[in-house]
Design a binder for this molecule. Sequence first.
Ligand SMILES: NC(=O)c1ccc[n+]([C@@H]2O[C@H](COP(=O)([O-])OP(=O)(O)OC[C@H]3O[C@@H](n4cnc5c(N)ncnc54)[C@H](O)[C@@H]3O)[C@@H](O)[C@H]2O)c1
Ligand SMILES: [Zn+2]
Length: 384
Amino acid sequence: MNQYQLTIPGHVSAGENTILQLRNIIKSEEVTKVIIFTDAGVLGSGICQSIFEEVEKSGAKFHVISDLRPEPSTQDVMRAVEQINGAEGELVVAVGGGSVMDMAKLCAAMKGASYDIYDLLEDNSIMKKGLPTVMIPTTCGTGSESTFNAIVAVLEKSVKIGIVNKSMIADYVLLDGNMIRKLPPKIIASTGVDALTHVVECFTSNKANPFSDLFALEGTKLIFNNLVSAYKNPNDMEAKSNMLLAAFYGGVSISASGTTAVHALAYPLGGKYHIAHGISNAILFAPVMRANLEACGDRLALLEDAVNPNGYGRSQFEKGNEMIRRIEAVVKDTDIPSNLNEYGIGTEDIDALVEAAADCKRLLNNNCRNLTNEDIQKIYQEII
Ligand SMILES: NC(=O)c1ccc[n+]([C@@H]2O[C@H](COP(=O)([O-])OP(=O)(O)OC[C@H]3O[C@@H](n4cnc5c(N)ncnc54)[C@H](O)[C@@H]3O)[C@@H](O)[C@H]2O)c1
Ligand SMILES: [Zn+2]
């Protein structure tokens, strides 16, 4: 039997007002200075105020690094590392979506280090454990709070690349629904569908195993049962809390298994055309699963059984198809486009996209079906 591993953050708390635990974390870590990572959008939403208050109540001082940009590039990382090197602090707290959490994880491991981001791109394994981290997600998508990955855009190559090292696993995660209470519905939609791609890709991945299946299956149920309501009803706090949990499960399944061709084909759309991570995944999701259906119809059928236990008498192929139809419906019901029309990408761009996607072997190797360049081209053609 193949080996498989479960790597999860040290301490995870979920539920109402869990951010109040930050005070105890700071005390138990015996730190007196905290570095808080966030960005302008999160700061503007007002949710950081309660975090600042908690840190103050612990008696610790804090330094805020907030001029971070969404979907960080290597240059952004270099700038942020300069800032953290100039700041005093023994604990890093990230309050934000995947962009902020990825940056915080990288900077915590790079403060005072001899390697820079380009060294890490060359060889992830040189990274050492840095400052302890607390992740407080404010979107319901990436699961960065539960992975040991950080994704950076390498603008000169028009690609996004994952830095992967276990030392980046968070020490603490606080999942508090209040953090996404006022999250704009558009971001709930795109990040929520991103979380759905994580669980479905990890469940159909060549690396799927009992650990990842447990979280991916449960995450899939949570997302189908809660995403549309969290998107349409801003006050449905139960749906929102469930989405935070699902995104966390998605991250755990990524660490135990791995995403596949949806993410591989989406990265060039983010790297070159700056389409938001969740949107590019959502657009590619159903077309890639249709291309995969013959190879992983049985796995998609298991997901369909979990979401709809009343599908007696249907063949595996029918159930797999039904799961893909369900995915398309979620993308439609959350008003995410199903093609690239509005992004000005034309057939003349396909060759470069295929070349960049084919380069993302780390994820394509996880895909249940070996996709040739011709297969990848057909998928892009379908969404242009
Ligand atoms: N490390 C991983 O495992 C992993 C996995 C998938 C994706 N990612 C990366 O994560 C990044 C995307 O993260 P994301 O989708 O969470 O979005 P994001 O962090 O880029 O945030 C999107 C926007 O939402 C705003 N925002 C966030 N929370 C808010 C709130 N509560 N209220 C108001 N505005 C808020 C931000 O200011 C930003 O403008 C990409 O760079 C992607 O590659 C990382
Ligand atoms: Zn993703």
